[in-house]
Design a protein around this ligand. Sequence first.
Ligand SMILES: *Cc1c(COP(=O)(O)O)cnc(C)c1O
Length: 342
Amino acid sequence: MRIEELLRENIKNLQPYSCARDEFKGEASVYLDANENPYNAPFNRYPDPLQIDVKKRLAKLKNVPVENIFLGNGSDEPIDLLYRAFCEPKEDNVVAIEPTYGMYKVCASVNDVDYRKVLLNSDYDIEAYRLLDACNARTKIIWLCSPNNPTGNNLNVEEVLKTLKWFRGIVVVDEAYIDFSSNKSYSSYLKIFPNLVILQTLSKAWGSAAIRLGMAYASEEIIQVLNKIKYPYNINVLTQKQAISILTKPARTQKWVAGLLAERSRVIEQLKQIQVVKQVYRTDANFVLVKVDDANYIYKDLVGKGIIVRNRHNVTLCNDCLRITIGTPEENGILISELKKY
Ligand SMILES: *Cc1c(COP(=O)(O)O)cnc(C)c1O
């Protein structure tokens, strides 16, 4: 499979913007090439457009080579860029599981690309042949999310691999919640599947939603396309600095994750004892989807008490479901004690 053949014609022919930091890399003593102000260091200088220092840390931590990493302003940036690179507006389409993370659909609409939904089965899982059945010759991307949001479960590994094997287009696996999962990342499959794109983020396990840093791992060919079409300085200096700082403390993140997983087990056990809770779905993420007796009522009532969960009642296959993020033991305790009162 040739990635180039999947690209939009205008992107294939694009002459990318070449910024000063692209033309001269390396160390010098006098920088007079970028019309920067010589004062107000270090904020006067443009940031590294390819964020090599951040990528080097990630490469070590994730065992993914620097050439296979793209960094974006949150995961939202690579999601949008994948549409812009591969999907011809009004002509191409994408296939996605339903329900899932809302940004795949929003970005499809913004880019005027047809978004085809394939319902998850009763286990909130996929069957590869059903995803492939929904594709035609103009399907460029299949969107998968594992662990999936809002359902919380990992998708079946065999079915994900079949999808990667059978589909002659891009398969995205969004791993925003991978650090909370009992499954391994699909990153070890990057060498086998040139059409695989993995999305990860610093927003969840790494506790850094505020700095907006999302990662895409893929074949060098795909990474080069994303680099070619992104805004030149898409990750600012403050974010790059803070990312390096957090990534040098992986033990701290592991401790948070271990604590949240222990807390998740405790919360699940307690939820199962609560009368208005009808079902607690299996989760591999830092949240749990629960079916309750009247989600709309409970959601509103909890808001009145200053407790905010996510009402997923209007989401396909999630009737009367609330999505509950695992917080601190104290926060979880407050929620549980309120739920006991209904
Ligand atoms: C939270 C989340 C993200 C993270 O998005 P950022 O833009 O990186 O903050 C990505 N995908 C899914 C499925 C999510 O739930």
